[in-house]
Ligand binder design. Structure first.
Ligand code: ADP
Ligand code: GLC
Length: 475
């Protein structure tokens, strides 16, 4: 098959979160399973240093509002059957960040990603790509199924929802800017509470819809998780599937990871501890009595459960010999809340605000436990990465966290992590205390680590599920 993947970020070219890991992995996986793959991305500032020798191909000119906006299609076959296609438009994409600043989203995001969607259509035509499938990801690609229809291009589309809460809703005026016919602006089409919704457009006009775990695929049909789109999702239920994300074990492997202080394996767990001491030294945290280290690497968004975490840690830090390292960036109030907590418990808690790939690897390697108390979580990769590093996840039972983490049972000794059901700081604190107890029983804890490290969430299985779906779509 000839498969196009369209995303607003993909490793190693651009990244703010898990979407990048997933689209970057699928690019390789589809190819490895015998398909010609094309990955479409915006050419951001941060992408420049990640790729060289791109072919400065065709110029494009796209009508936005009354103006013709010029851009270019850059391309490169990075290995056999793997082609990257970058949409260059410096006014839109040559910026410090991908989507916005601390002050909020860029105010022209509808225009930026509208342009991106139109440019993808142009590229497919200009480069004669003859695609069988277009795999679209999240709201930033949501208008593509509609543009395909308008252009009478019969490529089958799968629209994957990585997070239903990010919808790309904009004022109706955007219709004119992107020259979308008013006839689509109704409740069965692209209109969403009197706005144009990129996400809803993707849901309505794509051939199939998927999301990133089986549990989240069910959850989004309910009012609680449906983000006001549960109605339309229910109407398309027979075209909706949940396919669990995997991770790339070539990138995430404690035996080979070049970012970490000491490589280790299931056979040499003693070396894992050296990573903990090293990080302790770097971050001025005292590990003398060997207290457990709880790590967290996360976008700081309400979704991630930062509110209950702060409450739980306040309580625990008073009473327990606990250490915590949090790396994240995002909403200002959450950053400030965490920084205030650090200030209060300086000897126990370290909060690093920023996006830091190498440090993230060191946290996965050094920690004993990984915190992910998300209110909701479509899939989550942090907990899957942690398992591989023998770092035991502490999670709320929701979405993909539920599909990947089995709560440890002290009697049967089964399970690969610790989980809780009720979204509250008490439930989280109690779960951390349970983890603490097991940590103090070294035989139990080491066995649990081994179980975690033996879990396999490689892409092999899920990649095949995507391909089966593509074949079904083409029949
Ligand atoms: P989400 O996509 O909702 O952000 P996931 O758990 O699916 O959550 O994926 C998060 C990915 O982003 C992981 O690869 C994680 O290591 C990475 N990540 C998140 N925040 C940071 C950060 N501040 N620095 C480095 N990597 C980060
Ligand atoms: C989103 C979700 C996360 C998921 C990731 C990749 O950002 O929040 O749960 O793992 O996409 O699919």
């Amino acid at each position: 098959m000839r498969i196009g993947i369209v995303a607003s970020e993909a490793t190693p070219f651009s990244k703010t979160g898990g979407l990048a890991d997933v689209s970057g992995s699928l690019f390789k996986v589809f190819n490895k399973l015998g398909n010609e793959t094309y990955l479409f991305l915006p050419y951001y500032k941060e992408t420049r240093s990640k790729i060289n020798d791109v072919n400065k191909g065709s110029k494009i000119s796209i009508k936005i509002g009354g103006k013709n906006i010029e851009g270019r299609i850059l391309s490169k076959e990075i290995s056999k059957g793997m082609n990257i296609i970058l949409i260059e438009q410096n006014g839109y994409f040559d910026r410090e960040n991908l989507y916005g600043t601390k002050e909020g989203d860029y105010t022209d995001n509808a225009e930026r990603f509208g342009f991106f969607n139109l440019a993808v259509i142009e590229s497919i035509k200009l480069l004669n790509l003859n695609l069988d499938i277009l795999h679209l990801n999240d709201w930033q690609t949501g208008l593509i199924p509609l543009f395909l229809k308008e252009n009478d291009m019969r490529i089958k589309t799968l629209f994957t929802i990585h997070n239903l809460a990010y919808q790309g809703n904009f004022q109706k005026g955007i219709l004119e800017l992107l020259q979308i016919d008013e006839k689509y602006f109704n409740i069965d089409g692209i209109e969403f509470y009197n706005n144009l919704s990129f996400l809803k457009t993707g849901i309505v006009y794509s051939d199939f819809i998927s999301t990133v775990s089986p549990t989240y695929a069910k959850e989004i049909l309910t009012e609680e998780f449906g983000e006001r789109l549960d109605g339309i999702l229910k109407a398309r239920k027979d075209k909706l599937v949940g396919i669990l994300n995997g991770i790339d074990y070539k990138i995430w492997n404690p035996e080979k990871d070049k970012n970490i202080y000491k490589n280790y394996s299931i056979e040499s767990l003693d070396l894992k501890k050296e990573n903990k001491f090293y990080l302790g030294q770097k971050l001025v945290l005292d590990f003398h009595q060997d207290p457990p280290l709880f790590g967290m690497v996360s976008r700081l968004a309400t979704q991630k459960g930062v509110d209950i975490l702060v409450e739980a840690l306040k309580d625990l830090s008073k009473k327990e010999e606990i250490r915590v390292v949090i790396l994240g960036t995002g909403e200002k109030n959450l950053e400030e809340g965490l920084k205030a907590l650090e200030e209060e418990y300086k000897s126990k808690i370290r909060v690093i605000i920023g996006f830091d790939e190498p440090l993230s690897h060191n946290i996965y390697a050094a920690s004993d436990f990984f915190l992910m108390p998300s209110k909701y979580e479509p899939c989550g990769l942090g907990q899957i990465i942690s398992l591989k590093y023998g770092t035991i996840p502490v999670v709320k039972e929701t979405g993909g966290l539920k599909d990947t983490i089995d709560n440890f049972n002290d009697y049967t000794q089964c399970g690969n992590g610790f989980s809780f059901d009720e979204y509250s700081s008490e439930a989280l604190a109690n779960t951390i205390k349970r983890a603490f107890k097991v940590y103090n029983d070294r035989t139990k804890f080491n066995n649990l680590r081994k179980v975690a490290m033996n879990c396999d969430f490689s892409w092999e299985n899920s990649g095949k599920k995507y391909l089966e779906l593509f074949k079904k779509m083409m029949r």
